[in-house]
Design a protein around this ligand. Sequence first.
Ligand SMILES: *Cc1c(COP(=O)(O)O)cnc(C)c1O
Length: 386
Amino acid sequence: MGRVKSDEQTFVNPPLERGSSVLFPSIAARDAVRQRPYDQVLTYGLKGSSTHFHLEDSIAEIEGGSRCQLVSTGLAAVTTVLFTFIKGGQHCLMPDSVYGPTRTFLATIGKDCGMAVTYYPPAIDEAGLRALVQDNTVVIYAESPGSHTMEVQDIAMLSRVARDVGAKVLMDNTWGFSHFKPFEHGVDCSIQAGTKYVGGHSDLMLGAITTNSDENWQRLRNTAVTLGQYASPDDCWLALRGLRTLRIRMAEHMRAGIEVAEWLRDRPEVTLVLHPALPGAPGHDLWKRDFTGACSLFSVVLDASYDYADMVAFIDALQLFGIGASWGGFESLVLPTTGSITRLPVSSIDAAPTFRLHIGLEDTTDLIADLAAGLDVLNQHRASRT
Ligand SMILES: *Cc1c(COP(=O)(O)O)cnc(C)c1O
């Protein structure tokens, strides 16, 4: 995977290949290559170098798709996919739990371009979803579990509806990277924010889109190149390096995430832990049916007797959890959910302050001690109010 195959001695890892202009030995050689625009050959910097090709092949293999297109960021992956499959006057169905900036794109540039959208509750049933389909619906979008609220979606059901009405299924599979196989559930294009677990070290920005068919890939490739989408080869090289440890990182993220989530679930301060891998948690049955593992991003609903300021005191008191957004790295993170996302009301998380955790690769004993000290501060803050 992403390896140099050579008859001669060579380094384990592919080289970092940077460049803009590609020089050809003759016009005939240049014309021959230009007739094969979708091959992984050097034609111009924008079209990729061997560093890109190695990473594209690796991500396509992990996702289980045909081919992959790299772009600058996870958000660029989202917008490039939407630009490819929705034209002005066409309509898409979006889960209400979608990543916030995806919603912002549709409310601004997407709207200006004439893309129509209906938001649906992520846990909608088949009849409900069918009722929302319009004559001009061309995309059913999915993100599972949803950003912050963590609803697991029935992707096979979405795909069944989409096939019946001739729509594409586009999925943001960032949470499920390497343990949800989108194309086995009927997805057409899978989006990865490579910034997260692919890189794994919080030191790069990257987006990747993998497709189920050559036809979808060529449409997507056209859009990406026409928009001038590109990923830095330095970042791709780091991402390839990140992938070498993906399996053991994900196994530890999963183990540590569940340990911390279970500890929090049993605390009196906590009403609900939104971690699909926890038995009894919302979405657990679908997770068990469809996923082979979990990452370490989940949300925690506090008891309704706490208010937002109590939660802020708790978050500020944490020593080992950075206050930050972009998860998937080796460090643990915390972010308030309450007040930072837009969506339809969800009874479980609107009733009480809610925060999101990313569990990194630190010692879980230390992380739990930090959370315990933070919860003491939470209780003190509530007591000082009353
Ligand atoms: C972070 C994230 C993105 C965007 O990735 P960036 O590389 O930060 O642009 C997209 N979707 C989901 C679900 C994310 O968590």
